[in-house]
Ligand binder design. Structure first.
Ligand SMILES: O=C[C@H](O)COP(=O)(O)O
Ligand SMILES: CC(=O)C(=O)O
Length: 218
């Protein structure tokens, strides 16, 4: 029996390095008209370099492109569902990708594009399928709904080699509880970029939320 069905890929290793930079990955839903570069700058100034721009709005790809050369920023694309999403994200300048789940086509596209991918998993079988393909860094989604910290503690027994970025239902009130777990690399969340602050262009407010998130112990 091998603890690693397959050695972790270089992409997984790069993701782990990126995830080590800060305890929180902001999950960004950027509406048209929002100044994405100013948003990215506020988050980076607050201490959060990884920027997950979800492909859920028509402004998403442009936002990634606007952040591509932002000093200190590591822009990435979330909500990758198809190979076409992976290619579009790469072309826009995404340096990593995130998906709520994982399909063979999506994994193959990320491998072909050389895009470090954080694929989603929520069960032991899904985690095992990703490990078997060389992914030892993954997203637990939807984290709270799927079982939260209790699920992560249970997975750590048989599958300690899997590192997670739990996302979905995490906020300032419970992030520390997740970050204390040895199999949690970082957590993802939208709370650092609330839509009302983005709509108002309140970058000082975003920076303050980012600063508090970056200071979370782990
Ligand atoms: O779709 C959910 C995103 O992964 C972020 O979840 P959240 O708004 O609970 O932080
Ligand atoms: C929710 C999620 O995992 C994503 O949008 O990538």
């Amino acid at each position: 029996m091998s603890p690693h069905p397959m050695p972790p890929t270089e992409q997984s290793a790069r993701l782990r390095e990126m995830a080590a930079a800060a305890p929180v990955v902001p999950v960004l839903v950027i509406a048209p008209g929002v100044d994405a570069r100013a948003l990215g700058a506020a988050l980076v100034s607050g201490g959060l370099p990884m920027l997950e721009v979800t492909l859920r709005t028509p402004a998403a790809l442009e936002a990634i492109a606007a952040m591509a050369d932002l000093p200190g920023a590591i822009p990435g694309a979330g909500t990758l569902l198809t190979p076409a999403d992976v290619r579009a994200a790469r072309q826009a300048g995404a340096r990593f990708g995130v998906s709520p789940g994982a399909t063979p086509d999506l994994l193959a596209a990320a491998e072909a594009e050389g895009l470090p991918l954080l694929p989603g998993a929520a069960t032991a079988s899904e985690v095992m399928a990703l490990l078997a393909r060389g992914h030892d860094a993954m997203k637990l989604f939807p984290a709270a709904a799927a079982g939260g910290t209790a699920l992560l503690k249970s997975l750590a027994g048989p599958l300690p080699q899997a590192g997670f970025c739990p996302t979905g239902g995490i906020g300032p009130e419970n992030a520390a509880e997740y970050l204390r777990l040895p199999n949690v690399m970082c957590v993802g969340g939208s709370w650092v970029a609330p839509p009302d602050l983005l709509a108002r262009g309140d970058w000082a407010g975003v920076e303050a939320l980012a600063r508090a998130a970056a200071a979370l112990p782990r």
